[in-house]
Design a protein around this ligand. Structure first.
Ligand SMILES: [Zn+2]
Length: 603
């Protein structure tokens, strides 16, 4: 399936990466017993049924049934082709792929968007080089230093400079073989009515905007002279969707996971300044409201989101929207407030990272306290009418909280402040919750028993079906068992998908391979069958299995198989013989049938 890429290379890359680490980059995994569990990224769920086996280097979701090895995961998660998944892992593990192997497969991105992506990588390097080494870049460099950027930061974020020349970059790109029209589409060049091309970002300091894989997909340019507009970003392109990109997600990912918390800013400048001041778990939206796809991306990694927007009116309004969204998808939501209408960037520049952490982050408001003080601004609480409306609004917010203790806490606060009966407030909240259909089950303690579902399902299957599943699980683990089964019943499994799996498995072992489910599933083309093989490999089986148990499984399968084929065939033959008025043949078949049925009973 890897086309022209040799199997050894595919295996080398696969074994050089750990599936727990790769998947752990996307979702929060917790070890439980031998396996790791987390919330499935492929279907919405609140109880983790997505499991990853480090021993077997595979994953399987008990909820939606998706499963596979590390390649399958990246293909599903990133929409990669097999070759792209391979390249991504090779790059991460530092394995070189020979040139001819990196040929694009059919499912690769289009040639055009590939060129666009490459051009962005080239220009990132060029702009950065010009900032540090060109005479024209000196002014820009000085500007950055004056703004407090260190050399290390300039290097880390690959900040660059585009010289104030219309054709410098045009020529550069042309020499690299990129068509100017494609570069216009990429948002790198601009063009006029006469068909002249020019560098879109000329004369500006350049901040590369990277996607979550660390590839530059757009630029933000800031003019350092009189040039207007002061800020110029890449337009929306095939590569760059403002509403989807979270600035710095690639670099912040490990810190986010380590701190189990993410800091969300409004601007990429805040992120860079915070990072330089020692706060590494920060990301930013790109000048647009937080979108649900961005919020969901964050939720895959952390439960706790701290929103830290500008302290001005617009910033606060945006924070309200973001907080509501993040809260609605089930994150623990906090809002950090920067005083005096300052940006986080300004505050850190002025007071340093330590004070920012202590005074802003550590004192951030819970969702409700933030909403309470936000709502408070619109009402004069001295007036009874305003007071009642305010309390009603706050109760609406309290009603959406998942945890009873949390609701209780705020109701107490409210009751104390406005001298109201706690019971009345409680009743009101219950009423609102009833009306909006919020269920009262706690979403705490989400790591419950996820194998229950599948074992219940299995109990409903006929005995022979379960026998096949168990047997295949053992066969996947132990080539000797597979050998024995092959000798006894070959491919005579009753379920078609099982036949496909064992046929591949026999061939796999015959090729001299050891038991390795992650490698084995690469042989199976059909994704449904592949998932099934993974599911079976993940099924809990005992370390030691007796010959008797294996024999029993074989008998059940055989019995069903005979039941299905032999007996049915015999019955059909009997009928035919009777119709043909051939009593001797009919008697013979009838005898045979009785014998077969008797054998079945004994099994
Ligand atoms: Zn799932």
């Amino acid at each position: 399936m890897a086309g022209h890429i040799p199997d050894e290379k595919v295996d080398e890359i696969r074994t050089s990466s750990d599936i727990v680490e790769v998947i752990g980059d996307y979702i929060d995994l917790k070890k439980q017993g031998r396996n790791y569990f987390g919330l499935c990224p492929f279907h919405g769920e609140n109880t983790p049924s997505f499991s990853v086996s480090q021993d077997k280097q595979i994953f399987h979701c008990f909820g939606c049934g998706k499963g596979g090895n590390v390649y399958t995961f990246l293909m599903e998660m990133e929409g990669f082709s097999f070759v792209q998944a391979l390249k991504q892992l090779a790059e991460q593990s530092g394995i070189e792929l020979p040139e001819q192997m990196t040929d694009e497969g059919p499912a690769e991105r289009s040639q055009e968007s590939q060129s666009m992506l490459e051009a962005h990588q080239w220009l990132t390097k060029l702009y950065h080089h010009l900032l540090k080494n060109s005479k024209e870049g000196q002014e820009a460099y000085q500007y950055l230093v004056d703004r407090g950027f260190t050399d290390e930061t300039i290097q880390k974020y690959q900040i660059g400079f585009s010289p104030n020349s219309k054709d410098f970059v045009v020529t550069f790109l042309e020499k690299k073989g990129y068509h100017p029209q494609t570069m216009v589409k990429a948002g790198l060049l601009s063009t006029n009515d006469h068909g002249d091309y020019a560098d879109r970002f000329r004369g500006r300091v350049i901040f590369p905007l990277r996607n979550h894989l660390g590839k530059t997909v757009a630029f933000a340019g800031r003019s350092i002279g009189e040039q207007e507009p002061k800020y110029l970003n890449s337009p929306e392109t095939e590569l760059f969707h403002k509403g989807r990109l979270l600035y710095n997600f690639d670099l912040a990912r490990s810190a986010i996971r380590k701190e189990k918390s993410v800091l969300l800013f409004e601007g990429f400048g805040d992120v860079i300044t915070a990072d330089q001041a020692g706060i590494h778990n920060a990301v930013a939206t790109m000048g647009t409201a937080l979108s649900s796809s961005q919020a969901n991306l964050l939720k895959r990694y952390v439960e706790q989101v701290i929103i830290c927007y500008d302290g001005d009116r617009a910033g606060i309004e945006a924070a309200v929207k973001a907080a509501k969204l993040v809260k609605s998808i089930g994150c623990q939501t906090y809002v950090a407030r920067v005083p005096d209408g300052l940006d986080p960037d300004d505050f850190i520049q002025k007071n340093g990272g330590e004070r920012f952490r202590r005074e802003i982050i550590d004192t951030s408001d819970t969702y409700i306290s933030f909403m309470m003080s936000y709502l408070r601004r619109d009402y004069n609480l001295q007036l009874e009418g305003d007071r009642i409306t305010y309390i009603e609004k706050v109760l609406q917010e309290i009603a959406v909280l998942d945890r009873a203790v949390e609701r209780e806490h705020y109701l107490n606060e409210l009751a104390a402040e406005f001298k109201m009966a706690l019971d009345t407030l409680k009743e009101e909240v219950q009423r609102i919750r009833g009306k909006s259909g919020v269920k009262d089950n706690e979403t705490r303690n989400r790591y419950t028993n996820h194998t229950r579902k599948s074992s219940v399902q299995n109990k409903l299957l006929p005995a022979f079906h379960n026998a096949e599943r168990k047997l295949i699980a053992y066969m996947l683990k132990d080539p000797y068992i597979a050998d024995k089964v092959q000798e006894e019943i070959g491919g005579a499994f009753n379920i078609e998908d099982h036949q496909v799996i064992v046929t591949h498995l026999y061939a796999y072992y015959e090729d001299g391979n050891e038991s390795d489910i992650s490698q084995f599933v690469e042989l199976i083309e059909d994704p449904a069958v592949k998932s099934l093989a993974i599911e079976l490999a993940m099924a809990p089986i005992s370390e030691e299995v007796s010959d008797q148990e294996i024999n029993d499984y074989i008998s059940w399968i055989r019995a069903e198989y005979w039941d299905l084929t032999d007996i049915k065939n015999l019955e059909a033959e009997l009928k035919k013989a009777e119709q043909q008025k051939d009593p001797i043949k009919a008697a013979e078949i009838a005898m045979d049938l009785i014998k077969r049925k008797k054998e079945l009973k004994n099994n």
